[in-house]
Design a binder for this molecule. Structure first.
Ligand SMILES: [Zn+2]
Length: 335
């Protein structure tokens, strides 16, 4: 007897972010003039395979990863949906909840979430946070890649689509760097040792952290160099900050901020900003304010909200959050 054919309902339906999958792949291949040529060399050398595996299974959040056995970078659609939602929320809350009120003199030291556009952005953010525990459908009434949201002439869906595409490409380049630099040759034996119950040494831990930093640098340089025009510095720079903010927000509980094998996610976020030549005050101070907002939302989502008080610059504001993160990390009774 032949096995019954699977019913259509068994195939996971697409989430709205699938619309942008081709954009992500094109950005990954053509981010810079040399990107495609490098990719072809890596394929010829047998270091990577042609394909990126776009995993459509509907599971809880799983960050992109490199699979050394197939030479593929594996991307989960649920993570991509999460990344889009986080990018939208950070952008809209920063711009509409903070910058616009500041310019028009309405900012009262706190974000007014009774504004519908902000309430919506916050709802989308908390839906994304829920994906850390279990998959749930994208709420039909909230912003999504194919649903326009225009506020006073700014098309936030369009801007988010662009930021998301660069942020996703950045995360793919990070995993790709692990493959092309043969990091697995170093990481594999250390992980195997630990899997057999042995403790990894301080030196080994440092090596693992260095490889992560190397992959971050590689990913940044695949998207952005200092000679790029200002507009590119701003948009791709912000996308890189958002990618790191999403990594931070994906940490399931505060104790997860302390990382053994990776540099701590908050350190990676601030290191990424310093590498991007942010402005103290100016267009590129958005790197600081968006990162600060991500820290604030992380603390709120974990019941650890703090009052920062007014800060002179975005950098100073982020420093206050990082000091708070250090306090959280050094606490012995972390949830
Ligand atoms: Zn990595």
């Amino acid at each position: 007897m032949r096995a019954p054919r699977p019913k259509l309902a068994d195939t996971p339906a697409e989430t709205p972010v699938r619309l942008l999958a081709p954009n992500v792949l094109v950005r990954f291949q053509h981010a810079r003039e040399h990107t495609l040529a490098r990719h072809e060399r890596s394929i010829l050398a047998g270091k990577v395979s042609q394909a990126i595996r776009w995993d459509t299974s509907r599971e809880a959040l799983k960050s992109p990863s490199a699979d050394p056995s197939t030479g593929q970078v594996v991307v989960s659609e649920v993570f991509m949906a999460y990344l889009w939602a986080v990018a939208y929320a950070l952008l809209v809350i920063d711009q509409e909840g903070y910058r616009r009120p500041l310019i028009t003199g309405r900012y009262a030291g706190e974000i007014d979430f009774t504004e519908p556009v902000l309430a919506e952005a916050r709802d989308l953010f908390f839906w994304a946070m829920g994906l850390r525990r279990a998959f749930s459908d994208w709420p039909a009434h909230l912003p999504a890649p194919g649903r326009a949201r225009v506020v006073e002439g700014v098309d936030y869906t369009g801007v988010t689509n662009g930021l998301f595409t660069d942020a996703a490409a950045y995360l793919l380049f990070h995993e790709y760097a692990h493959l092309v630099h043969d990091h697995w040759n170093v990481v594999g034996p250390i992980r195997a040792k630990r899997a057999h119950g042995a403790r990894i040494t301080g030196e080994e831990r440092e090596i693992l952290k260095q490889l992560e930093t190397e992959a971050d640098v590689d990913a940044r340089e695949a998207l952005l160099v200092s000679e790029d025009p200002d507009g590119v510095q701003l948009s791709r720079g912000l996308a890189i900050v958002i990618a790191h903010a999403a990594a931070l927000l994906a940490v399931a509980r505060p104790s997860g901020l302390r990382q053994d094998e990776h540099p701590d996610v908050d350190s990676r976020l601030v290191n990424a900003i310093y590498a991007l030549t942010p402005d103290e005050v100016g267009q590129r101070d958005v790197f600081w304010t968006v990162a600060s907002l991500a820290c604030d939302l992380f603390l709120q989502a974990n019941g650890l909200g703090m009052q920062t008080g007014p800060a002179e610059t975005g950098e100073e504001l982020l420093r206050r959050y990082l000091a708070e993160f250090d306090r959280v990390k050094s606490s012995k009774v972390l949830p």
